[in-house]
Design a protein around this ligand. Structure first.
Ligand SMILES: Cc1cc2nc3c(=O)[nH]c(=O)nc-3n(C[C@H](O)[C@H](O)[C@H](O)COP(=O)(O)OP(=O)(O)OC[C@H]3O[C@@H](n4cnc5c(N)ncnc54)[C@H](O)[C@@H]3O)c2cc1C
Length: 443
């Protein structure tokens, strides 16, 4: 494997697994190309296909109709659903697990990063506002998080707060339902197909938001995207750590968190490989903890929880109407259609020199980066919105995911209300709504 294909996960003193490389585009996989309109078949690209069987055609019962359906209840999906509902749209949030927060809670990824960056006048400034700050402030106020600049949270308290926030906003949450496909009417998503224990059901929607992290919806709609690889790891919580220098601190006194993982870039869409890694991480971790427990100074440390969600960082990334580039993020680029900002996460090399985190600018996110090229009533947010590989570090962080989520949900609700496609709404109205909700738009 070439150096370009390797990634190192170094555990920093602050307790954060630092990503040393920003992922690679899957070699040998035909990248979906909007201009040619030839989206590759996702299964063949990721798995060895031995042949085909035919599924008998059947009618699928429609069980609900909503203004906005959001697929995926991670940080981006929660922000999208809450924003849409607060704007008055009937909103359904579909989540395949039985809790909200995605990698933030189920992946035990506790620090909320990329909230700040260098402001135009040189000072360290807040990039994030809106729902992200609202949630973080509540967690900090209750003692369920610490470190205001990059809040590190208690995952169970966060699950509680997310449930309460979507409930208060009037979002209808559907847990244990896997979005399994879409039906289209021309270039519009007509319904989302959900697999649950009763069988396959359909929910009709005016607008759909892809917050699945893996770009499930834009894969099915045939919108162009890029398949990327990144390293995969599993986080875990340790108990009995009071007074011990072990793992990263959490808001719970004797609880610490840490991560185990490979350094190679992996295909997060290869279900067999991800399962293999998941199993390997659990087995290796058990040995690691047993070794710790054999030492007198750490004999009371125990494995409290292994993240139920494996840490797949990046898979499909949308080829949007405009993917934000590394240069744009470093050069104070402004967009007429700005819908939020990202902070800086890590230092990196740019134009042959090292740029420290403190010198990395906050950067704007244009509305076009959450809009797919083809499908009229689809918005995309979270770690699969449109950004270049070079800014993967910032673009997939929890705060940036919530910023794109809030914009996607607000735009979806506006589009449903005005009965127009998201790309046709007056972006000034969208921006005014976002500013009213305390989203930051200017450096
Ligand atoms: C090991 C690791 C360490 C990280 N460290 C940090 C860090 O320190 N700080 C930071 O800010 N970020 C960190 N990140 C990144 C961050 O956690 C994620 O990028 C972020 O959570 C992405 O949010 P999201 O909402 O886009 O997607 P996710 O958090 O992945 O949520 C997607 C949700 O969609 C659901 N879903 C997916 N497909 C379907 C479907 N078909 N039907 C129904 N539901 C579906 C999933 O179950 C999940 O709940 C880390 C990531 C990893 C893996």
């Amino acid at each position: 494997m070439s150096v370009a294909c390797m990634a190192a996960t170094a555990y920093s003193p602050a307790g954060r697994a630092q990503d040393v490389y920003a992922g690679v585009i899957v070699p040998g996989v035909k990248q979906s190309d909007g201009r040619a309109g030839n989206v590759s078949n996702a299964v063949e690209d990721h798995l060895h296909v031995q042949g085909y069987v035919k599924e008998p055609s059947h009618k699928i019962p429609v069980v609900a109709s909503v203004d906005v359906i959001v697929v995926g209840g991670g940080p981006a999906g929660v922000a999208a659903a809450v924003s849409a509902a607060r704007q008055g749209a009937s909103t359904m949030l579909v989540e395949k697990t039985s809790y909200l927060g995605g990698l933030w809670t189920g992946g035990l990824v506790l620090p909320v990063l990329a909230t700040h960056g260098k402001g135009k006048s040189g000072e360290w400034t807040k990039a994030t506002g809106g729902i992200c700050v609202e949630l973080c402030d509540k967690l900090l106020k209750e003692g369920w998080a610490f470190n205001p600049d990059s809040p590190r949270v208690d995952p169970e308290a966060t699950k509680y707060l997310l449930d309460k926030t979507v409930y208060d906003a009037g979002v209808r949450v559907v847990y244990n339902a896997v979005a399994a496909g879409v039906t289209m009417s021309g270039n519009r998503v007509e319904s989302i197909l959900l697999d649950c224990n009763t069988g396959r059901i359909a929910v009709k929607c005016k607008m759909a938001v892809d917050a699945s992290g893996d770009g499930c919806l834009f894969n099915w709609t045939g919108d162009p995207y890029e398949a990327r690889r990144y390293h995969i790891s599993t986080s875990y919580l340790l108990g009995g750590c009071k007074g011990k220098k072990i793992g990263g601190k959490t808001p719970v006194d004797d609880m610490r968190f840490s991560t185990i993982g490979t350094r190679a870039h992996e295909d997060g869409l290869d279900v067999f490989r991800v399962s293999e890694l998941q199993q390997k991480h659990r087995l290796d971790l058990w040995d690691r903890i047993e070794t710790l427990r054999r030492k007198p100074e750490t004999k009371d440390v125990y494995l409290m929880e292994v993240a139920p969600t494996t840490g797949v960082r990046v898979t499909r990334v949308l080829n949007s109407l405009h993917n934000v580039t590394l240069a744009e993020s470093m050069e104070w680029t402004t967009y007429d259609d700005v819908i939020g900002m990202s902070g800086a996460c890590d230092p990196f090399d740019y134009k042959g020199r090292r740029v420290e985190k403190k010198d990395r600018p906050v950067w704007q996110i244009p509305y076009r980066s959450i809009l797919p090229q083809q499908t009229a009533n689809l918005l995309v947010c979270g770690r699969c919105f449109g950004y270049d590989q070079g800014i993967t570090w910032d673009a997939r962080e929890i705060s940036t995911c919530m910023v794109t989520g809030q914009a996607a949900g607000t735009a979806a609700a506006l589009s449903a209300a005005y009965r127009c496609a998201p790309r046709d709404i007056d972006v000034k109205i969208l921006q005014n709504k976002l500013v009213k909700e305390k989203v930051r738009l200017a450096f």
